[in-house]
Design a protein around this ligand. Structure first.
Ligand code: SAH
Ligand code: SF4
Ligand code: F3S
Length: 482
């Protein structure tokens, strides 16, 4: 910190400002507090933000009341996600009342979606910064200290924060995320992400491998590679993927796709588990499946959102695959990797969905036998193609009923899948103490199902062989045998 200040002072003198005019940077001795909402990409971004602020003299605090700067890294995926942030901002009025110098920043997808509107609507917000503007945060804070409200919501076609070494937040020292790409080019009609995160661009594979190596050296046991559509990862020298067609022959020859990247990361440390999320049914290919099969340390688990089981609904969602295509993918996964866990995302009550079409979703779920699913009621998002061109016409009570049918079916499928583990031994990476009992440890098997067992001499971060004795729809319960 002190070193930074003196360098800062020297720079100011060099530019001709006299020493007496030298002002300490706004960051001097200041603490920031950050909360993350939404998907894993946002949690990963918060670690990049943490790193940028630390490099600029801020230190992190877990106590919101001692913070000089409170940051909310927000999500905009459904209306409820934004409501949570509005409610949180109301609470932060108390913090501001206690400390009038407190700076409040709203970052991430809701900031990007609402832009200046957020400053107009939420008077206590000082900073609004979108997902590609985090390098600018120290400057935005300076602007607030100088008496202005500050905003940067520019989306970039290149930014991947590739060389920034994330500041690991709330870490258990066992599992970590690595962002491998940013943005999304898919334009599913219901989805706000292409608008909040911009064009798809992939990160330099060397920087990804370097980060994986650092995590391995720091003792991490599991990494998850993150992107909105990881199967579409393509590195050919930088810039958005849409420009691949303009790449030189040499760039094309040396391009790295997701299967290759997965292999490069798997080879970093055979004792470190590799996961990835999210896969898109249109893009996941045999090359990726064979790579998963080939390496013991790549988890046999794929999150493969379907969204609907009806071809017409999939078409109006602009998912670019049919029910049959999706079911064939599931079949292919099970052919190549029979033990693979598969999970799904499903939306209930999308615009114009009929009762029969909803039944198709239920039958698709039965056929696919998902281990678990993330299930949502459709929530219309302003500015999306569905909002512009379609009507949110499924009544709220119908959406709720369809969602509960989907949830009930998933519960049955999960219980059936989990029951098949009874009497079998699973390899678990323990990541926490069980929420229900301090005497039990909790972790996940290769297929990403939660496993709980009495801790004995084991500790968080251990790989443990667990004999499964009983199950619930969400958890395998058993005892350690090693
Ligand atoms: N990139 C990922 C998903 C990111 S968003 C993918 O393509 O699978 C996570 C999930 O939120 C989506 O899979 C979808 O099921 C859900 N979702 C997105 N927009 C939604 C909306 N407007 N209403 C309800 N759920 C939505
Ligand atoms: Fe949204 Fe579709 Fe992109 Fe996923 S693939 S982030 S659902 S637009
Ligand atoms: Fe939400 Fe943005 Fe992720 S909208 S789901 S935080 S990409």
């Amino acid at each position: 910190m002190s070193v930074k200040c003196s360098i800062f002072a020297l720079l100011m003198i060099d530019t001709g400002i006299s020493a007496t005019e030298v002002k300490a940077p706004a960051s001097q001795g200041k603490q920031f507090y950050i909360e993350s909402y939404g998907c894993a990409m946002n949690f990963s971004d918060s670690e990049i933000i943490g790193s940028i602020l630390s490099e600029n003299g801020y230190s992190i605090t877990q106590d919101e009341f001692s913070a000089d700067l409170i940051l909310l890294n927000t999500c905009a995926i459904r209306e409820n996600a934004e409501k949570t942030i509005r409610d949180r901002l109301k609470h932060l009025r108390n913090n501001k009342r206690k400390n009038s110098d407190l700076i409040i920043g709203v970052l991430g997808c809701m900031a990007e979606r609402l832009k200046t509107k957020l400053l107009e609507e939420e008077k206590l917000v000082d900073i609004v910064a979108g997902p590609d503007a985090y390098r600018d945060l120290p400057k935005l804070v300076e602007e607030v200290v100088d008496g202005q409200r500050a905003i940067n919501v520019l989306l970039s076609r290149e930014e991947t924060y590739a060389e920034i070494s994330p500041l690991r937040l709330n870490t258990n020292g066992v599992s970590a995320f690595i962002s491998i790409m940013r943005g999304c080019d898919n334009m599913c009609s219901f989805c706000v992400v292409p608008f909040t995160r911009g064009r798809e661009r992939s990160r330099d594979p060397e920087s990804i491998v370097k980060e994986a190596r650092q995590l391995s050296e720091a003792g991490y046991k599991e990494i998850t590679l993150l992107g909105q559509n990881v199967d579409s990862y393509l590195w050919f020298g930088g810039g958005p993927k849409v420009e691949f067609k303009k790449a030189t022959d040499e760039q094309k020859d040396n391009a790295v796709g997701f299967a290759k990247l997965l292999e490069m990361v798997a080879l970093v440390d055979p004792n470190m588990r590799i996961r990835f999320s999210t896969s898109h049914p249109k893009d996941i290919g045999d090359d990726v499946l064979f790579t998963i099969k080939k390496y013991d340390n790549i988890c046999k688990y794929i999150h493969l959102p379907a969204q609907s089981g009806n071809t017409r609904v999939l078409e109006v969602m602009n998912r670019t695959y049919t029910r049959e295509w999706y079911l064939d993918k599931v079949k292919r996964i099970r052919e190549i990797i029979p033990e693979c866990g598969i999970s799904c995302d499903i939306i209930a009550g999308f615009c114009s969905e009929t009762e029969e079409e909803h039944q198709d979703t239920l039958s698709m779920m039965k056929e696919s036998r998902f281990d678990f699913s993330y299930m949502y009621k459709y929530s219309e998002r302003p500015g999306t193609p569905a909002h512009k061109k379609m009507t949110d016409d499924v009544p709220e009570e119908v959406k709720s009923r369809r969602l509960s049918e989907i949830i009930a079916l998933q519960k049955e499928l999960s219980l059936a899948n989990n029951s098949a583990y009874i009497g079998k031994v699973v390899r678990v990476l323990t990541d926490s103490v069980s929420k229900k009992s301090e005497d039990d440890l909790s972790g996940r098997n290769d297929q990403n199902t939660k496993v709980v067992f009495p801790k004995g001499n084991h500790k968080i971060g251990d790989f443990v062989e667990v004999l499964v004795e009983r199950v619930t729809p969400t958890t395998l319960i058993g005892k350690a045998i090693n």
